[in-house]
Design a protein around this ligand. Structure first.
Ligand code: GLN
Ligand code: ZN
Length: 764
């Protein structure tokens, strides 16, 4: 008999119950007991949903983040919260969110304020974890209360429990040494705590523990490889069987030694590393379990069950009971249940599988392996029919799009003249002062704007009334910008809910779920649009708004678009063609929009690539391939315009050192980036690499309610001018202003405009 299991279940709840319980507790509207009861109810529901499995995960639930849970379990609390003497869970939220969020809560006065822990992306997913803080002095001390309580809870419900923990090597690797010390030096202090934890679990009668080490799919130097060997030799006598879990990619050069580490089982992501299964089998010791992740935990498409069985049956014949099957990784990265989708188009819904459906697929696969395909003939036939309908759907495959892709050549991504010539022509009509000022696109999304949108969606506001309301908002932002004296204006994006969804909704080839929420961090969820078919743009998407905005002012108005790479990186994408192909299709569609804007008289056009960096593959060896097609897609989108038209792009980060050449290759006339928090240090990249075009390093941190002073912004720009010639610098905020209030934005931008004037007067 084959064993089925799961690496983790989404925590947020099918109706985002956890989000609402958290936010209510944080707002002081409900007691801690209510939050804890909601957590227990969700865990119970999730185990119920996994009841068909042989082993269900325990410890995968989290009130905020599983990495922060791990830090608390290991007793690695940042020093600034160690003296806290309130509820442990409140202290946990203080690290997760900073104190300002709890300002009114208990112990605000006695325990003072604390900064939130830093947050960053979990490998190449869109989930963000709280970075473990490490120093040479870090000590660990086990606190297994949470895990043991959840184990007891699971058992009381009859769950065959497999505790899930984050492995020690990955834990150290994704942490940050605050003092620049060597994180690996902490391993010898950390391992006894892990050993103690495993012994505790063994004493509870636990047989299997899943220990996650996704670090194994990345490039490792000799020290980190050695750390794995030390760690798993140290933990091998712990009394439980360890299932060493890897996911998100291939192990390549790490495969052989990782499979041979002294653990009782090994999990391989057979969706992304399907071609490593055979080698893994060859390295696998005779007593060892091989768990194969055969259903994608990262995407929402139905699995091709027959195709999986074709290669899995021989593996099952060879391994017998030593074969386990599971999703490729935790299901944290997919929505909970397709059953909640009543409005999703029936054709498309038939092609999808969310977490609950994925576990069903696993059950069918296990039955086919155990009892033969005939035993699940009906399920397999239904699966094959769904796949077949997708494969042949005219909504997916559009010959005209294929033909347009085939016609792409290098000239399509080429501006007419080099930057220097363009810059001359643009300067001639733009007549901008030195240090021109602009903003990144959005102005505050006020309560009135959001209300108008939801009333429009609910049918309570007519399309005409909605349009009129948005046109008024646009007029308001134009008036404010003129009064502030900004040089290049924006329309303010009042009509946009989200910079990707707005375009996805208007492109053909995209579908939207009603409740396809995925946790981004803490209580924050995103509902990624589903890119299912060849992309076309039935009609112009932004031109009328932009034309209206331009008609209200003599100053140049920037057309505002989201770029193809960002749209792709924030969507669920097709698994039936390479990402690069989907990206090129998006590029052709957005290119048409760029050209329409230009024809409508918008001769400054910004194409946001907020998420370009996020798409970088986990392995450096694959970066170039990604950057090549990502940059090509941007160039196709942007570079069809005339020399007079000024192309801007915007990126929401500032780590450019390693990708600066690719950024320069995009050949935008102006790039605006996020730099204010890093004190312009991040412009270092621009010092070592002579970025050839214009740059607007953000001087106003829009993530903070603070209003930057003129002097502060002047000082930042002076630093920038040490690295980039002054005549190529712009003055602008870090990012869009949609999350801020007008009462913050106006004084901040007034200071920014004053700073630009001071710079013009004082810098040679
Ligand atoms: N133009 C977008 C805005 O201003 C850019 C947002 C982003 O970079 N994340 O909101
Ligand atoms: Zn941004």
């Amino acid at each position: 008999m084959i064993t089925t299991h799961n690496l983790g279940f989404p925590r947020i709840g099918a109706r985002r119950e956890l989000k609402f319980a958290l936010e209510s507790y944080w707002a002081g509207q409900s007691p801690l007991a209510a939050l804890q009861a909601q957590g227990a109810a969700l865990r119970a529901a999730h185990w119920q949903a996994q009841a068909g499995l042989d082993l269900a995960p325990v410890g995968d639930f989290s009130f905020y983040d599983h990495v922060l849970d791990t830090s608390f379990m290991l007793g690695n609390l940042p020093e600034r919260v160690q003296a806290f003497h309130g509820e442990a869970l409140d202290n946990y939220f203080r690290v997760a969110r900073g104190r300002s969020a709890q300002a009114a809560g208990a112990h605000a006065a006695c325990c003072g304020g604390v900064a939130a822990g830093e947050m960053t992306k979990w490998f190449d997913t869109n989930y963000h974890y709280i970075v473990p803080e490490l120093t040479a002095a870090t000590q660990f001390r086990l606190d297994a209360t949470r895990l043991l309580a959840e184990l007891a809870e699971a058992r009381a419900r009859g769950v065959r429990a497999k505790p899930v923990i984050l492995g020690p090597v990955t834990y150290l690797a994704i942490g940050k040494a605050k003092d620049g010390s060597d994180r690996l030096a902490l391993l010898s202090r950390l391992l006894p705590v892990y050993a103690e934890l495993l012994a505790l679990l063994a004493a509870q009668g636990v047989e299997w523990v899943q220990i996650d080490e996704p670090l194994l799919v990345t490039e490792l130097d000799a020290d980190w490889k050695h750390a794995f060997s030390i760690a798993y030799h140290a933990l091998k006598g712990s009394g439980v069987k360890l299932l060493l879990a890897t996911y998100f990619g291939q192990l390549r050069e790490n495969l052989e030694w990782a499979v041979k580490l002294p653990t009782a089982g090994f999990h391989l992501d057979a969706v992304t590393a399907r071609d490593e299964v055979q080698a893994a089998l060859n390295y696998l010791a005779g007593h060892k379990v091989l768990s194969l992740g055969v259903v994608s935990g990262r995407n929402i498409w139905k699995t091709d069950l027959a195709a999986v069985l074709d290669w899995l049956e021989p593996v099952a014949a060879r391994l017998g009971e030593r074969l386990w099957i599971a999703p490729s990784c935790s299901l944290l990265h997919v929505p909970v249940d397709l059953a909640g989708e009543s409005r999703l188009d029936a054709d498309i819904a038939a092609w999808l599988a969310f977490a609950v459906q994925k576990l069903d697929e696993l059950r069918v696969l296990a039955a086919a392996l155990d009892r033969g395909r005939d035993a699940v003939a009906a399920e397999l036939a239904a699966n094959a029919a769904a796949l077949d309908s997708r494969r042949h759907s005219p909504r997916v495959h559009k010959p005209a799009v294929q033909a347009a892709l085939a016609r792409i050549d290098a000239a399509l991504g080429q501006r007419q003249s080099p930057y220097a010539e363009r810059a001359r022509r643009q300067a001639a009509w733009l007549k901008l002062p030195r240090f021109p000022t602009t903003t990144i696109g959005s102005f505050p999304q006020t309560a009135e704007i959001r209300q108008a949108r939801s009333r429009f969606r609910a049918g309570e506001l007519s399309a005409d009334d909605y349009t009129a309301a948005m046109r008024d908002e646009i007029a308001r932002s134009v008036r404010e910008q003129e009064a502030l004296g900004l040089d290049v204006l924006v329309h303010g994006e009042a009509e946009r809910n989200d910079m990707v969804e707005y375009f996805g909704e208007q492109l053909d080839g995209y579908a939207f779920s009603q409740a396809g929420w995925v946790q981004s961090y803490g209580s924050r969820c995103v509902k990624p649009p589903i890119l299912f078919g060849d992309i076309t743009r039935p009609r112009a998407m932004t031109v009328e708004w932009a034309r209206h905005a331009q008609s209200l002012t003599e100053r140049p108005m920037k057309g505002m678009l989201t770029g193809p790479v960002t749209i792709l990186n924030w969507s669920f994408v097709r698994d039936d063609q390479p990402r690069a192909v989907s990206c090129r299709q998006l590029a052709l569609a957005i290119r048409e929009e760029v050209l329409d804007l230009e024809r409508a008289g918008l001769r400054v056009i910004q194409i946001d690539e907020a998420a370009l960096r996020e798409g970088l593959p986990l392995r450096r060896a694959q970066w170039k391939g990604y950057l090549d097609w990502a940059v090509e897609a941007f160039r196709i989108t942007a570079n069809g315009v005339g020399d007079d038209t000024q192309i801007h792009t915007h990126m929401c980060y500032s780590e450019f050192n390693d990708i600066i050449a690719a950024i320069a290759d995009m050949d935008a006339d102006v790039i605006t980036i996020e730099t204010s928090r890093s004190d312009m240090e991040l412009l270092d990249a621009f010092e070592h690499f002579r970025y050839p075009n214009e740059i607007g390093p953000g001087v106003y941190d829009i993530h903070s309610p603070n209003i930057p002073t003129e002097a502060h912004m002047v000082a930042l720009m002076r630093k920038a001018a040490e690295r980039v010639p002054a005549e190529r610098l712009w003055v602008n905020p870090d990012c869009g202003l949609k999350t801020r209030q007008w009462s913050e934005v106006i004084p901040a931008l007034a200071n920014m405009v004053a700073a630009a004037r001071t710079l013009r007067a004082t810098l040679p």
